[in-house]
Design a protein around this ligand. Sequence first.
Ligand code: SAH
Ligand code: SF4
Length: 370
Amino acid sequence: MTMASDVAMVEEVLEKGCLQRDDLVRLLAAGEEESRAIFRRAAAVKKGCVGNKAYFRGLIEYSNRCVKNCLYCGIRSGNANFTRYEMTEAETLHAARFAWESRYASIVLQAGERTDEAFAAKIEDLIRKIQEETRGELHITLSLGEQSPETYERWRRAGAHRYLLRIEVSNPALYGRLHPGDGRHSHAERLRALGDLRRLGYQVGTGVMIGLPFQTVEDLADDLLFFRDYDIDMVGMGPYIEHPDTPLYRHRGDIPPLGERFQLSLRMVALLRIMMKDINIAATTAMQAIDPMGREKALRAGANVLMPNLTPVKYRSDYLLYENKPCIHEEAEACKFCLESRILSVGDVIAYGEWGDSRHYAERNGVGAN
Ligand code: SAH
Ligand code: SF4
């Protein structure tokens, strides 16, 4: 079969109203030419449905203390090879103010997982103070792992709007292989947490890692179907990148090379845009860790959200979830200008001062999107 007919066949599959599992498996395994056809289609869908606006979410990596021990993550509790930190209140408020003054309109407060009362109270207090300092104009997204419904509710009442909790992988058996069997890491609990967040009125974002040991193309197709079945509003997904101080590192020979993981991630982004036309999809930092133009390529493939890093530089080298994390020496100001020119280079515009709720969320809830 010639390459041209492969491309024609891909285009035919993409014409279908609703992609099925078999279609997704085929498309995820596409070669270079066929991938270009997928990216073209995703770009057209993006243009027609969410336009060329890119939304900023200023990322504050609040603390690297974590009670969990995920087998892939560099800041897992079992890794003693770096210094644990927690940002001070003044540093956190300063970062939030920077986002507000730069008209980012939205921040993400992310950290390792902690479920003690002192942590819950501290976050609640910070949410209130950020709201006060920024006159309620800054949207707050939390990415603080699994919590009790009471804690989620408390943070929501304090003024948090959105929550990011990646399911990591939608296949429970695979989840079991990527986490220790110590009773603290449960796929069912993670699903429970996502349900609680939705019920409490958060805009819920989830996501997966791509190119993990033991992960198949079928698993990735199921991840895309999971997002669709779950009717998710926002997705942040990116390549798995190994970290030497983690147990999963020993499987680094069993996974696709970085370049392939990157291409696979781009196809995941593009297919998701084709499947879920009006959701928010992030161009994740892990994409840029592999390819210096990674985030631009993700924008071209259908992403519409970027997360400039606002963490003080002195902490960045201690928040290494994976190897070769980019921008660890760049202050927020420098990040801002660098990202701005990157976005303009792909023909998108930055939606300064707009919250950028996904149209999907707005329509599901019967309100106009800002
Ligand atoms: N502790 C919170 C938030 C911080 S971790 C939580 O786990 O939800 C944020 C994300 O980093 C995780 O969801 C995971 O998908 C990603 N991550 C961790 N280790 C990674 C690695 N080695 N490669 C790529 N992404 C990784
Ligand atoms: Fe902790 Fe999140 Fe890393 Fe798991 S992925 S070890 S919960 S920071």
